[in-house]
Design a protein around this ligand. Structure first.
Ligand SMILES: *[C@@H]1O[C@H](CO)[C@@H](O)[C@H](O)[C@H]1NC(C)=O
Ligand SMILES: *[C@@H]1O[C@H](CO)[C@@H](O)[C@H](O)[C@H]1NC(C)=O
Ligand SMILES: *[C@@H]1O[C@H](CO)[C@@H](O)[C@H](O)[C@H]1NC(C)=O
Ligand SMILES: *[C@@H]1O[C@H](CO)[C@@H](O)[C@H](O)[C@H]1NC(C)=O
Ligand SMILES: *[C@@H]1O[C@H](CO)[C@@H](O)[C@H](O)[C@H]1NC(C)=O
Ligand SMILES: *[C@@H]1O[C@H](CO)[C@@H](O)[C@H](O)[C@H]1NC(C)=O
Ligand SMILES: *[C@@H]1O[C@H](CO)[C@@H](O)[C@H](O)[C@H]1NC(C)=O
Length: 566
């Protein structure tokens, strides 16, 4: 055992400085030979009945190999490698195969029908130094898709050629955590479907696999559902700012074909004021003033949890949304409920008296009812951590808890024996640090100040403060964008490339493959995180995603030279 570990360390360290892989694979051996793709390069599949979504993925990659123009980030760019590219061996073919005895299913079916912890995303990719044939092997089409993403995002362009500098290459890879998400708020401000799809593409390039879709909130209800079309008709900002049923289906399909699951969050019972635009009878303290007393954000309002009619409405709403959604997971949210809102609502007080219930009991029952709908439809339910930690509601034992307020809350959730994902505001929130948006608080800061840098997110340890026995409860994590101060105009810039930090944390794991901490004092040492993330940024820009610069280009072209003391 000791010898095996020792050998792995030898193979894995050091990570070659001219290999821009993100997330870093968990098993890698690399050489120093340059290889390029032949002008007749093609991708073949060594089995019949290739699912259409895998075939489409192959076509997208072949298109990228023609259209990408990203040159290696060194002084002189691609021309620095001109001589070795000129002499390099050519790879003629990448062949995809599945291990024996696996059922061939579309990528989307793997995503939709296999529970998140049971998916096989592993793959082995080899690129020879002197042969002509690269190979990709996996146990599932999903594994092939992940391996294709690696292949898709690793080539350097120069003078019509695509090349790498580290052949022979053998990557033996699989994720450390099954859940690697992005939480997207499309309510506070609306985003067109094309924005969501562009984001899904970029997510797939860094192997993120969950779009956690916070689709509605107090300010707007853009979700169209068959049971209650009036919710979007009256609750959306406009008729143009609605996700129709066909939009939802099209986003889900687009995601699934890219190995991404959509977990829709219908945040309840708080954050629901916009439902009152069509159904005021279900909302307590609707737009009540001052909002600061009744809600964390304007306008105040939350579901009348004690009313049987409202509980039935919520169940029907969940069912109607579920009818649009494939997949094995869904969320009922549950953050930031406000007790004065219910305590001063006559309808709620009357219902509580009639039911002989406290607010806590009504809340507990409400959560059980909506979880029941998700469970009956085969969806693993997710819930926000304050429901469990502050309100002690009863949850199904297969619930996934979204730990959000603070990274410190993970320990308390683990002590309950519940599985969870990390979404701590003190590491991962992409929206912090932009000042206060409340109108008359001109000198205010965002509640989760300061801005969360990529380094901060990247330094997160998913096992921090957990006992060894609790580690299996960590499903993974996600970085969220809350859209009070974001919109279509700055989506790419606020999300990328920082979101890629979370992608590597949860693909590669609590440490680097060699066991070292991910980010020590030196972001350029070891696995060259800064240099690799600069590459991600330039590759994203090359493909039309407006990711922001992390450094002056001078530094990006000279890895390490902008380090302190360099
Ligand atoms: C594949 O399945 C067949 C029939 O079930 C079995 O005979 C064979 O041993 C299996 N091969 C492997 C490698 O598992
Ligand atoms: C495939 O499954 C086998 C058996 O579980 C496992 O050993 C292997 O690592 C998996 N992945 C690949 C790419 O073969
Ligand atoms: C109301 O509930 C309390 C405690 O759950 C119980 O002691 C009491 O008998 C109930 N009252 C009625 C009228 O059912
Ligand atoms: C939480 O609820 C459970 C029963 O569901 C109870 O046993 C436990 O004491 C409660 N904990 C707190 C802190 O209220
Ligand atoms: C939840 O409880 C059921 C029934 O007791 C059990 O079969 C299942 O394995 C449990 N699931 C988890 C994730 O603990
Ligand atoms: C782990 O616990 C220590 C001590 O409470 C705390 O300072 C640290 O921030 C915790 N780590 C995380 C990631 O929350
Ligand atoms: C950081 O890493 C670079 C490259 O490996 C090395 O030259 C430098 O000495 C390191 N700096 C520190 C402070 O460890």
């Amino acid at each position: 055992m000791v010898i095996v570990v020792f050998l792995c360390l030898l193979i894995l360290a050091p990570f070659p400085s001219s290999l821009g892989l993100w997330p870093i694979p968990r098993g890698l051996s690399a050489g120093t030979a340059t290889v390029k793709l032949s002008s007749s390069f093609d991708i073949h599949v060594a089995f019949n009945n290739v699912p259409a979504d895998l075939d489409d993925a192959i076509h997208r990659i072949k298109t990228h190999l023609k259209t990408d123009t990203f040159e290696r980030l060194v002084v002189g760019r691609g021309s620095a490698d001109a001589n070795s590219v000129h002499r390099a061996f050519s790879i003629k073919d990448l062949t995809l195969s599945l291990t024996q005895n696996v059922t061939i299913r579309p990528v989307a079916v793997e995503v939709n029908t296999v529970g998140i912890e049971d998916r096989d995303e592993s793959y082995i990719l080899t690129i020879p130094a002197k042969g002509t044939q690269a190979t990709l092997v996996a146990n599932s089409t999903l594994g092939l898709f992940r391996g294709l993403s690696t292949f898709d995002f690793m080539w350097y362009h120069f003078d019509g050629e695509k090349y790498i500098l580290n052949a022979p290459l053998r990557i033996t890879d699989s994720p450390a955590f099954p859940y690697r998400g992005f939480s997207f708020d499309t309510s506070r401000n609306f985003y067109p479907v094309s924005d969501i799809k562009r984001t899904l593409d970029a997510m797939s390039w860094v192997k993120l696999n969950v779009l956690y879709w916070h689709i509605a909130d107090s300010q707007a209800f853009p979700l169209q559902v068959a049971a209650f079309p009036e919710l979007a008709a009256r609750g959306a900002y406009s008729q143009e700012e609605i996700y129709t049923e066909s939009d939802i289906k099209s986003v889900v399909k687009y995601a699934n074909e890219r190995g991404i699951d959509v977990v829709m969050e219908l945040d309840t019972p708080g954050h629901t004021t916009a439902i009152g635009m069509a159904h005021p009878e279900h909302i307590a303290c609707f737009a009540k003033s001052p909002w600061t007393k009744y809600a964390n954000e304007p306008p105040a309002g939350q579901l009348r949890i004690a009313s049987a009619d409202t509980v039935n409405f919520a169940k029907k709403l969940f069912q109607s949304a579920i009818d649009l959604l494939d997949g094995t997971m869904m969320s009922s949210g549950g953050d930031e409920v406000n007790l004065p809102c219910w305590n001063e609502d006559e309808d709620t007080l009357a219902a509580l008296e009639q039911n002989n219930q406290t607010i806590a009991q009504a809340l507990d029952q409400f959560v059980q009812e909506v979880q029941g709908v998700m469970n009956a439809n085969g969806k693993m339910p997710f819930i926000k951590s304050d429901m469990v930690l502050e309100h002690n509601v009863t949850v199904l034992n297969n619930t996934g808890v979204v730990v959000w307020k603070s990274s410190l809350d993970a320990v308390s959730v683990a002590q309950r024996g519940l599985r969870f994902i990390h979404q701590p505001s003190n590491y991962f929130y992409l929206d912090c640090g932009a000042g206060d948006w409340v109108g008359n608080n001109v000198l205010g800061n965002s509640w989760c100040d300061p801005f969360k840098t990529w380094q901060r997110a990247y330094s997160f340890d998913p096992y921090a403060n957990l006992t060894t026995d609790q580690q299996h409860l960590v499903l993974g994590g996600q970085m969220p964008i809350w859209s009070e101060q974001s919109s279509s105009e700055n989506l790419d810039q606020i999300v990328w490339p920082r979101l890629a930090a979370g992608a590597e944390v949860f693909w590669t794991g609590a440490t680097l493959p060699d066991g070292n901490p991910r980010l020590g004092v030196n972001a350029t040492s070891g696995v060259n995180a800064f240099a690799r993330l600069n590459e991600v940024r330039y590759r994203l820009v090359d493909r039309g995603v407006k990711a922001i610069a992390l450094q002056p280009k001078w530094c990006a072209l000279r890895p390490g030279l902008c380090d302190v003391d360099s």
